[in-house]
Design a protein around this ligand. Structure first.
Ligand code: ATP
Ligand code: MG
Length: 242
């Protein structure tokens, strides 16, 4: 199974009646078990691209081929929980087939046990994000799309959740698309990193990470990050002189 993305353009109409190009031509594909990471400046079109890939926005040029009947787990940039449903009900509504054991495991991993019966209005943003993660995982997705899922969590918790995402991805053949502004998360979780330009977004660099995720040691992670930072510096220098 593969996810094939070939977007040739996307524009929004603005209030003044003009149009604003948000996506330039973008082409990539993802296979089972692969984690693609999208990294790009704020406002370049990442969330727009994810909505198109999930089929939530049909108004674009190009094609997106998702595997037929793929189950989708999605963590939106805003947690988007139903305010009149408890934490547990929010997860169960999205994943009616989830077993009690699986639900308990997810709540334990995401440290949500004490919040099962709370309502979204009673949660901090970080807690709400964890509920959104529980909901996406409970679906046992074939395609997992995560739009900055670790934002607004403290370092220790975001590190633990990042490891849990890695465990989930290793446990079943799921294709994952992750948006992050953290190079550290990108290098620890990603198999291929896609660096995007400012709006309209296009892929300016695609960086594969050859070593399997569970074999990446701290020294290698640091070396990859340093290489990417040098590369970004080089790109900036090139832009400055041209
Ligand atoms: N429904 C909409 N109507 C008009 N313009 C929109 C709409 N949604 C997004 N935009 C514009 O499209 C551009 C890309 O937005 P998008 O949310 O995809 O960016 P992003 O890369 O996800 O940014 P961030 O990193 O801040 O989340 C922005 O200029 C935004 O204002
Ligand atoms: Mg966004």
């Amino acid at each position: 199974m593969r996810l094939e993305v070939e977007i040739t353009g996307k524009a929004f109409k603005n209030a003044a009646g003009g149009t604003q190009d948000v996506l330039a031509p973008i082409k990539f594909s993802l296979g089972d078990g692969e984690v693609g990471v999208l990294i790009g400046p704020s406002g370049c079109g990442k969330s727009t691209m994810l909505r198109i890939i999930l089929g939530l926005d049909p108004d674009f040029q190009g094609t997106v081929a998702r595997p037929p009947n793929a189950r989708i787990g999605m963590v939106f940039q805003e947690p988007r929980l139903l305010p009149w449903r408890s934490v547990e009900q929010n997860v169960r509504l999205a994943a009616p087939a989830v077993s009690d054991a699986k639900l308990s495991e997810l709540f334990r991993i995401l440290e949500l046990e004490a919040h099962r019966s709370h309502y979204p209005g009673e949660l901090s943003l970080g807690l709400a994000r964890r509920v959104a993660l529980a909901r996406a995982f409970a679906v046992e997705p074939d395609i997992l799309v995560l739009d900055e899922p670790l934002a607004s969590l403290d370092d220790a918790l975001s590190g633990r959740l990042r490891d849990e995402i890695a465990t989930l991805v290793a446990s079943r053949p799921v294709m994952t698309l992750l948006v992050t502004h953290s190079l550290d998360d990108a290098v620890r979780l990603g198999d291929r990193l896609f660096f995007l330009s400012p709006r309209p977004a296009r892929i300016v660099a695609e960086v594969p990470i050859g070593t399997p995720r569970d074999a990446r040691g701290e020294a290698e992670i640091a070396a990859i990050k340093a290489g990417l930072a040098r590369r970004a510096q080089g790109d900036r220098a090139e832009r400055d002189v041209s």
